[in-house]
Write a protein that binds this ligand. Structure first.
Ligand code: ZN
Length: 463
């Protein structure tokens, strides 16, 4: 009996090896856990839409679009120059190359990107999915083939890792609007889409207007309430809010004083036309108090409705953000959100695992019961090391506060590889807790369910 049990088990292990050929030789406990986890539903708590602009691509362009170091390439040149080069004819490109060495710089950038373990590993995974040569060229050729029915391809990626809900941030849209959002949301069905809105996107609608501070405040509030209570987020309600303030100013102290905010508004009026060419720190200083005020006002409204606030923490996006400002501990004052000698505990989700300050983000979440932990950027970009990173998170953060996310942008492969590696390396981490005796098998499975989808549904009250 024992022998036949063992051979049945290794049959299932062989089956997994076939589906996931990159599984390391593992303890039998891993295989048991992974088989259950791999079949689980998945919710993505923070991500961005996919459009069809990357349906057909080239290896270099793919590297540029998928990489944190690659996609801000336009910011390395004066405003508009890169787009002109990208969309220009031969003569235009030649002229711009002479002036700015664009091709040379892009080549250098994409060469280094191609030499990352992340890309080498992703290439192997994609070649297994497509059944093609495990080279970047081979994979992009197969992808372009599927690109003729791009939305069908996107949908197959979602099905492969079993996404059931996503919450996408409409604050990063690359110039598209409601129609493109709806196309994307339909394409990924039956996965359900929910939206959050970004404070900065609302502000930007009004920052350029020659109106009084009182008028600005009234218009901002009206838009905010329409987004939270009406259908103001491109035709839908928001299930939460997002802030991108941290990289601009560092430590965020709530601000209630309207006079201080009004002074900042007046300063913005005086300098508005200079903003495109202003030093990034000077520019952030002008609007610092104004943004602290809109942030505070927004968080108050979230608190009233028990909506979570996602806050950009850690991560890129060089070269236009101020990296040193993105420390997770700079969120302590908004996590506390104290007023009248009382901590009011709004639900705060520092994004991107606070990466690279994963330990600090974990510790903030450990100490403050209303502070959550979101796994994106680290997932998928640290690839095989997710095993160690998930261990680092779970050494401090309660299982009930860890939320799976991909932060997908541009290309849908980030959704897919996050799901694939997320499930695999979370299983590996949880195996250690089972083998070490910290968790029972039942507790391990429940932990995976909570992290991969249950916590997200509870926090956002999704049914
Ligand atoms: Zn994001």
């Amino acid at each position: 009996m024992e022998i036949s049990g063992a051979s049945a088990f290794s049959y299932s292990a062989r089956k997994l090896q076939h589906v996931h050929p990159f599984l390391q030789r593992q303890q039998p406990e891993f295989e048991k856990i992974f088989e259950v986890v791999d079949a689980m539903p998945l919710d993505d708590t923070h991500c961005h839409l996919v459009t069809d602009r990357d349906a057909i691509t080239t290896p270099k362009r793919f590297l540029e679009r998928i990489s944190l170091a690659g996609y801000p390439v336009p910011f390395y040149f004066p405003s508009g120059v890169y787009e002109q080069w990208l969309n220009g004819d031969e003569a235009t490109r030649h002229l711009l190359n002479k002036q700015y060495e664009i091709q040379l710089k892009v080549d250098q950038m994409t060469y280094h990107l191609s030499q990352s373990v992340f890309i080498k590993f992703l290439t192997k995974e994609m070649s297994q999915f497509f059944g093609c040569e495990p080279t970047l060229e081979g994979v992009i050729e197969a992808r372009n083939d599927r690109g003729r029915d791009y939305w069908g391809y996107v949908n197959s990626l979602f099905r492969d890792v079993n996404y059931e809900n996503i919450i996408h941030d409409t604050g990063y849209m690359e110039g598209v609007g409601r129609a493109e959002i709806e196309t994307f949301e339909q394409a990924i069905e039956p996965c359900r889409s929910h939206r959050i809105a970004r404070i900065e996107a609302i502000q930007e609608e009004f920052f350029g207007l020659e109106i009084s501070f009182e008028e600005f405040e009234a218009r901002y509030t009206e838009r905010l309430l329409d987004i939270m209570d009406g259908n103001g987020n491109f035709g839908k309600k928001s299930v939460g809010m997002k802030s991108y303030l941290l990289p601009d100013i560092g430590l965020i102290r709530p601000l209630y004083d309207r006079k201080v905010a009004s002074n900042s508004w007046n300063q913005l009026r005086k300098t508005y036309s200079d903003r495109p060419t202003m030093d990034r720190e000077d520019s952030a200083n002008v609007t610092k108090d104004l943004c602290r005020y809109t942030f505070t006002l927004t968080l108050e409204e979230c608190l009233k409705r028990d909506l979570p606030m996602q806050i950009h923490t850690g991560d890129g996006e060089a070269p236009y953000v101020i990296l040193r400002n993105q420390d997770p501990f700079y969120l302590e004052e908004v996590v506390r959100f104290d007023k009248h000698n009382m901590l009011r505990m709004p639900k705060i989700i520092p994004l991107h695992s606070g990466y690279p300050s994963v330990g600090k983000a974990s510790w903030l979440s450990h100490l403050y019961p209303n502070c959550y932990f979101e796994l994106s950027i680290m997932t998928p970009f640290v690839h095989q090391s997710l095993y160690e990173r998930y261990k680092q998170v779970l050494e401090a953060v309660p299982i009930s506060k860890v939320l799976f996310a991909s932060d997908n942008y541009h290309v849908p492969e980030l959704f897919w590889i996050s799901g694939r590696w997320g499930k695999r390396y979370l299983s590996q981490t949880l195996t250690d807790f089972l083998v070490g005796g910290s968790l029972t098998f039942g507790e391990v499975i429940e932990a995976a369910r909570m992290i991969l989808y249950k916590n997200n549904r509870a926090l956002y009250k999704l049914d």
